[in-house]
Design a protein. Structure first.
Lengths: 254, 191
């Protein structure tokens, strides 16, 4: 599904490399988690995959379903089926939530979306997420609480039906009940779309209790230093990231 | 219920004067025009909401003066412009509260989006001569933020379609009767 080979990424207008020779292979249907301390390049990785304008790939390749997407623009990557659930969704005053999602849907399927079907689908998805239906008519993310913003991201996911989902710190700003609802919706989506893959970016293992990863990677200094499974995430919660440094020092799994 | 007025200027220069005696909403749409608007809030407790939406191609200016001539009057002014090409666009926005007018609210928010290398200027003036007044002003000149474009495009919306959404959202208020401003809506497609 997603194949990253020796990826080096830097901020535009800066010489500082953030991702250094990073490689990662995610097969269809797999869930991978990337964990790591602050400032190690986790969010940079998600934005580089999506094609964010602030980052420049200096070498290496990002392949999605066999195709090199490194030179594609952001909307073309999304049309191919990549969805980035953002850590802090952007507020856009004046653009209504419904108009935004309907436009995105029609761009992705490349045909006009029937209004009646669209509203029925949206209302059903909003019920699943316990979202108030008046949010459809409000400006995009304007005045939304942290939980509403994250639920609105998942609402878009349910409507746009991506093949590869990046969850960038999904649990930030979510209370326990909202996190449970959001994760249930993601799990239901994965159950219905078995080939869909997920990349979870997180500091804490709490979200991984709801969305079970096949692999957990530890990112440090712009590269994956260690790979394990859920047990690794729980170990980190218990002992902190310093334990990884000790393991790397011992030459384990690098 | 507020009284609602529509103004649509299309390639012209015009002056307007209003004396407001009841709560009023004015939607002012302007295509490549200059206008000078003077509004007096004459009666106590009246409220004005003024929405100016403007597309500019040449060298134009918009002058708005809201005079709070009575106590407890409120004005909320929102000026949104899109400056296309290398044209010049100037806003002179004055909120005036007299010494004899207490308990007023005098707010203004101004934004001009430069689509390329146009020159824009906003003078957001508050001329307040009374201590018992709430007053705010803001001014932004620039392009649509990159972060906003990234968000829209990350959902599969092309750059052109993203701009269309942003321009419509920026220039057309949710509550307007669209059939009254059809030439303006058509003009947005030409930006």
């Amino acid at each position: 599904m997603l194949e990253i080979n020796n990826l080096n990424v830097k901020l535009k207008n800066s010489d500082k490399e953030i991702l250094k020779d990073l490689s990662l292979l995610i097969k269809p249907g797999e869930v991978h988690a990337i964990m790591g301390p602050n400032g190690t390049g986790k969010s940079t990785l998600s934005k580089a995959i999506m094609g964010h304008y602030n980052y420049e790939v200096t070498s290496g390749k990002i392949k999605f379903m066999g195709e090199d997407i490194s030179s594609l623009d952001v909307s073309d990557r999304a049309k191919k089926g990549i969805f980035l659930c953002m850590q802090d969704p952007t507020v856009i005053d004046g653009v209504s939530n419904s108009e935004f999602i309907r436009t995105a849907k029609s761009e992705i399927i490349n045909e006009k979306v029937n209004l009646y079907t669209f509203i029925k689908d949206m209302e059903s998805a909003m019920d699943d997420l316990s979202l108030n239906k008046n949010m459809l008519h409000r400006s995009l993310n304007k005045g939304f609480s942290g939980g509403e913003k994250k639920k609105n991201e998942i609402l878009q996911l349910k409507v746009l039906k991506p093949k590869f989902i990046i969850l960038d710190e999904l649990d930030s700003g979510l209370d326990v009940d909202s996190l449970r609802i959001v994760c249930k919706n993601i799990n239901d989506y994965l159950e219905e779309n078995k080939d869909t893959s997920v990349l979870i970016i997180t500091h804490y293992p709490r979200i991984l209790e709801y969305i079970k990863p096949n692999y957990v990677h530890i990112l440090n200094d712009g590269n994956i230093k260690y790979t394990g499974d859920m047990k690794l995430a729980l170990e980190i919660e218990k002992n902190g990231y310093s334990m990884i440094n000790e393991m790397i020092g011992n030459g384990v799994n690098e | 219920m507020s009284k609602i007025l529509y103004i649509l200027d299309n390639n012209e220069k015009k002056d307007y004067q209003y004396s407001i005696k009841e709560d009023t909403i004015i939607y002012h749409f302007s295509i490549n025009s200059s206008s000078k608007v003077s509004i007096n809030l004459d009666s106590e407790n009246v409220e004005l909401k003024y929405y100016y939406n403007n597309i500019n191609y040449d060298n134009n200016q918009f002058n708005l003066e809201v005079n709070h001539l009575a106590s407890n009057t409120k004005s909320y002014v929102f000026n949104h412009g899109v400056n296309v090409g290398s044209s010049k666009l100037n806003y002179f926005i004055n909120g005036v509260v007299l010494k004899t007018s207490s308990g007023c609210i005098c707010d203004q928010e101004n934004q001009i989006i430069n689509m390329s290398n146009g020159k824009s200027n906003i003078s957001p003036n508050l001329l307040i001569d009374n201590y018992d007044v709430i007053s705010n002003h803001s001014a932004y000149i620039g392009k649509f933020r990159d972060e906003v474009l990234f968000y829209l495009m990350s959902r599969g919306i092309s750059r052109n379609e993203s701009y269309r959404l942003l321009l419509n959202g920026f220039l057309i208020n949710n509550d307007v009767e669209k059939e009254r401003i059809l030439p303006f809506i058509e003009e947005i497609k030409n930006i």
